[in-house]
Design a protein. Structure first.
Length: 190
C-alpha cells in the first residue's frame, strides 16, 4: 500500500469527484466516489501532497485556544510523522545528491529544537522531521544545504556558491525558516 506523509480519513459516498479537506486542526479528509479504485485515490493524493502539507502547516501555525503543550503529540502520530519524513528525505536526498554529484552516508530523522539539519564529517545527514510541514521548496533547500556540506564543511562564500548553483533563490527559503520555522515546533495536530 502506498503511504503518504500525513494521516487521512477516507469517506466514500455517491459523489462523482474526489476532494480533499484540511480542517483548522490539520485533520485531512478525502472524499471519494464509492466505486473509485484505491490506486486512483493514492495517485490523486500524491499529486496533491505539497498542497496538503502546506495546508497542514498553516493549520499548525494558527494558535489554538490553549497552548500546544496542553495537547502533546501522541507517540503514534509522532512516529507516523517521523516515518513519513524518513521516506521523503531519503527520496529527496538521493535526487539532489545525483544532481550535485555528491555522496552521503546514513540519513537520520530527529526532533531537534534548534536545528533543521546537519551533516557530519563522515557524510551522515540528520534532518528534523517537522520540516515535512514546511513548504516543499523550503524542505528541498534544507536537503541542498546539508548536501552542500559534502563539498564545503563550513558556511563560507564557497559553501553558499555550491548551494546557489543548485538553488539560486535559496535566501528566500532561509528567510521563510527564520520567519516561520518556530511554528513548525508547535504540535501539527492536537
Amino acid at each position: 500500500m502506498i503511504s503518504h506523509p500525513f494521516p487521512y480519513r477516507l469517506i466514500r459516498s455517491n459523489r462523482k469527484t474526489l476532494a480533499i479537506q484540511v480542517s483548522v486542526s490539520g485533520q485531512v479528509t478525502v472524499r471519494a466516489p464509492r466505486t473509485m479504485s484505491d490506486s486512483t485515490i493514492h495517485r490523486f493524493l500524491s499529486q496533491k501532497e505539497s498542497w496538503v502539507l502546506e495546508h497542514i502547516s498553516r493549520a499548525a501555525s494558527v494558535p489554538s485556544q490553549s497552548p500546544a503543550e496542553d495537547h502533546p503529540l501522541s507517540d503514534f502520530r509522532r512516529s507516523y510523522y517521523m516515518e513519513s519524513a524518513r521516506k521523503i528525505f531519503k527520496r529527496k536526498t538521493a535526487a539532489y545528491a545525483r544532481k550535485m554529484d555528491v555522496t552521503y552516508g546514513r540519513i537520520t530523522i530527529r526532533e531537534q529544537k534548534t536545528r533543521w539539519g546537519s551533516c557530519t564529517s563522515e557524510g551522515n545527514l540528520n534532518f528534523n522531521w517537522r520540516l515535512i510541514f514546511a513548504p516543499e521548496k523550503v524542505l528541498n533547500y534544507v536537503v541542498v544545504h546539508e548536501l552542500a556540506h559534502r563539498k564545503e564543511m563550513n558556511h563560507s562564500p564557497a559553501f553558499y556558491a555550491v548551494v546557489a548553483s543548485v538553488m539560486p533563490e535559496y535566501k528566500t527559503y532561509e528567510k521563510w525558516l527564520r520567519d516561520n520555522g518556530r511554528t513548525l515546533w508547535q504540535n501539527p495536530t492536537p
